[in-house]
Write a protein that binds this ligand. Structure first.
Ligand code: IMP
Ligand code: MG
Length: 172
């Protein structure tokens, strides 16, 4: 496995994003909504880099896939999401790949009448986009390679790796 971003590089970028988001949402009724499970590490670090009052919540998404490709069988659930009507929602995932996950979740949450909805991801795989939307905030733009760590998994493993690493064919 090859390191793409070290934990120090990620921490620095997350601090910058936190500063920016704290300015954007200062004085607003903000709910940070993470997508389970991939966003948990980013959410945990990012909210501590945002010194403004806000609430957090989590929603679910899974695309049925056992290997390193994103499946088309996307399932989402807003179960457990508190009332976001009239609130600003910042929807957070680990990575924007085809964009289908965040687009689907954004459409469902928008139907609940938030004051605004924006998306933030750590990684944006720019060459793979299959939807009109792009992430509103992102940490790094990356090429089309399969990455793990900092919340990102391969078959459920490696989410706890403190860095972002590229899985190469020989690693699989
Ligand atoms: P999208 O719907 O195609 O944008 O895919 C987003 C989801 O696919 C993310 O939440 C990840 O769970 C997963 N995913 C996409 N690319 C990668 C990767 O390189 N490593 C690990 N998971 C990935
Ligand atoms: Mg995932």
């Amino acid at each position: 496995m090859r390191t793409l971003y070290s934990s120090a590089q990620i921490a620095e970028r997350v601090r910058e994003l936190g500063d920016e988001l704290a300015r954007v949402y200062a004085g607003r009724p903000l709910t940070v909504v993470g997508v389970l499970h991939g966003s948990v590490v980013l959410v945990a670090d990012l909210i501590r880099a945002m010194p403004i009052p806000h609430q957090i919540a989590f929603v679910r998404a899974s695309s049925y896939r056992g290997e390193t490709t994103t499946g088309t069988n996307l399932q989402t659930s807003l179960e457990g999401l508190p009332d976001v009507a009239g609130r600003d929602v910042l929807l957070i995932d680990d990575i924007f790949d085809t964009g289908r996950t965040l687009s689907a979740l954004a459409a469902s949450i928008n139907a609940l009448g938030p004051a605004s909805l924006r998306t933030a991801v750590l990684l944006w795989k720019v060459d793979r986009r299959e939807v009109a939307a792009t992430p509103d905030y992102y940490g790094f733009r990356i090429p089309d390679e399969f990455v793990i760590g900092y919340g990102l998994d391969y078959n459920g493993n490696y989410r706890n790796l403190p860095e972002i690493a590229v899985m190469e064919p020989g690693d699989l």
